[in-house]
Design a protein. Structure first.
Length: 189
């Protein structure tokens, strides 16, 4: 495998608990992906085949993570195996090597993991009532995509105080009646 000296630097800068984890994952990636290359993407080490991400790893303050290109599993933290704080928490070497190879095969075949559908957010009564009182806002909101409606619903339902929620509803109705999406301020920047 073609190596990258930036990976050595990344591992050297990692917390002492993470260094053996990263070294071990790197060794297994070399074993599993002999035709691969090491690179740094998004500030974290990745192992690629044909320029496509197959395996990634990262170190944080209290844990490390492994990311697989083809994994639909959520491990409770970054990556497919959750938050890893010691070598003991890694699966057996044979399992990791096999998973790395499956990930490379999936990438080579163009198989991409499917995003998990997000749970639907029910329309709050107070927001529905405010929209019902403004025909333009209701018409625009009904024409929004699911993602655009979700942006507003998440914003409104995440308010902790009733006064904040009421203010957000009023602002949302105003913006929606003007045809604005939730994050309209950041569009076309």
């Amino acid at each position: 495998m073609k190596t990258d000296p930036r990976i050595d630097e990344y591992i050297a800068r990692a917390a002492s608990f993470a260094q053996p984890i990263l070294e071990h994952v790197r060794k297994l990636a070399h074993e599993a992906l002999p035709d691969g290359e090491e690179t740094l993407k998004w500030g974290a080490p990745h192992f690629t085949v044909g320029g496509k991400n197959v395996v990634g790893m990262a170190a944080f303050k209290a844990h490390a993570g492994i990311m697989l290109a083809d994994s639909d599993e959520a491990g409770g933290g970054i990556g497919s195996y959750g938050k890893i704080a010691s070598l003991d928490e890694l699966p057996p070497d044979e399992e990791l090597v096999a998973q790395f190879r499956r990930s490379a095969e999936a990438v080579a075949k163009g198989i991409k993991k499917k995003p998990k559908p997000k749970a639907q957010i029910p329309m709050p009564d107070d927001f529905a009532q405010a929209l019902a009182q403004n025909a333009d806002a209701r018409r625009v909101f009904d024409g929004f995509t699911d993602a655009q409606r979700r942006d507003y619903l998440e914003w409104i339902t995440s308010a902790k105080r009733d006064t904040t929620r009421a203010k957000r509803i009023a602002t949302a109705v105003e913006w929606i009646s003007e045809g604005k999406r939730r994050n309209w301020k950041y569009e076309n920047c």
